[in-house]
Design a protein around this ligand. Structure first.
Ligand code: IPE
Ligand code: IPE
Ligand code: MG
Length: 256
């Protein structure tokens, strides 16, 4: 027997969160940032590239505080991609040392502010010291209920997808049980909502292997400002632009 026509065939595939469906100014629940432009920031000042990375690291705290105050719940920071191993060895080692420094120095402060830290990416290529230092940070903050901070380090979207497929096969999941929901449970981001907004600083118009699965309906904003100079004013401009966007998730605007 032919099925009866209905107004709507299926529920919306992507649920609308209160943050993007509410009245007034919309604040993104999850903002992910591709922190780019450190090297050019340094070169413009006649400084070595690592000075740019250091200045970029110094900028993280004030942006996190601004995010908290502006009502953002999840912040993901892209700090090192699986392709960044192609850089000169000294730069790679410098970036590893910087991450360890920052995690060691900042975890206590983040914990006091009730921030929960997560890590997205591979850990098998990090030094044992860096791995342990990250693990301590995750353990110390795992019960915190404030801002959710995810550090994407040695992260690549394709690598994440291959990693997920391997684990699905290892778990012996039969093909008919492989759904979008199940697949996303195997990603590094399994307990995070998809990003509502992806900001790339430094002016480039590409994702560079950042969150390809999770970003299919993210709003994208490219800021020309190099990461070390990306401040609260620029963040507020970006969030204002976001609040004007109309997200449809393949459907129609409420008024149409
Ligand atoms: C981003 O800044 C930091 C990392 C990728 C680790 P870059 O180092 O890519 O800076 P630019 O793009 O060369 O200016
Ligand atoms: C993207 O920046 C990665 C991070 C910001 C961590 P890159 O500088 O590595 O990207 P490309 O090489 O310009 O695409
Ligand atoms: Mg770059």
């Amino acid at each position: 027997m032919a099925s009866q026509p209905t107004d709507r065939l299926e529920p919306a595939a992507v649920p609308l969160t209160p943050a993007n469906n509410g009245d007034g100014r919309k604040v993104p629940t999850h903002v992910a940032i591709i922190m780019d432009g450190n090297g050019r920031w340094a070169q413009r000042r006649g400084l070595p590239r690592w000075e740019g990375h250091r200045a970029g690291t110094d900028n993280v705290n004030s942006i996190l505080e601004a995010m908290e105050q502006l009502g953002v719940k999840y912040v993901t920071l892209f700090a090192f991609s699986t392709e960044n191993w192609n850089r000169p060895r000294e730069e790679v080692l410098g970036l590893m040392a910087l991450l360890q420094d920052v995690v060691e120095r900042e975890t206590g402060r983040l914990h006091q502010r009730n921030v929960r830290v997560r890590y997205l990416g591979r850990t098998d290529r990090l030094t044992p010291q860096l791995r342990e230092c990250i693990q301590r940070s995750l353990d110390m903050t795992k019960h915190n209920t404030g801002l959710n901070l995810s550090l994407a380090f040695d992260y690549g979207g394709r690598d994440e997808i291959v990693h997920a497929v391997r684990r699905i096969v290892q778990d012996g999941i039969p093909p008919e049980q492989i759904t979008e929901d199940l697949f996303q449970q195997y990603l590094y981001t399994s307990d995070l909502p998809d990003p509502d907004l992806i900001i790339r600083t430094g002016g480039e118009l590409r994702l560079s292997n950042f969150l390809p699965w999770q970003s299919v309906y993210s709003e994208y904003y490219c800021s020309p400002v190099f990461w070390p100079d990306f401040d609260r004013d620029e963040l507020e401009r970006v969030l204002e632009a976001y609040s004007q966007r109309k997200r449809r998730f393949g459907g129609l605007d409420a008024a149409e």
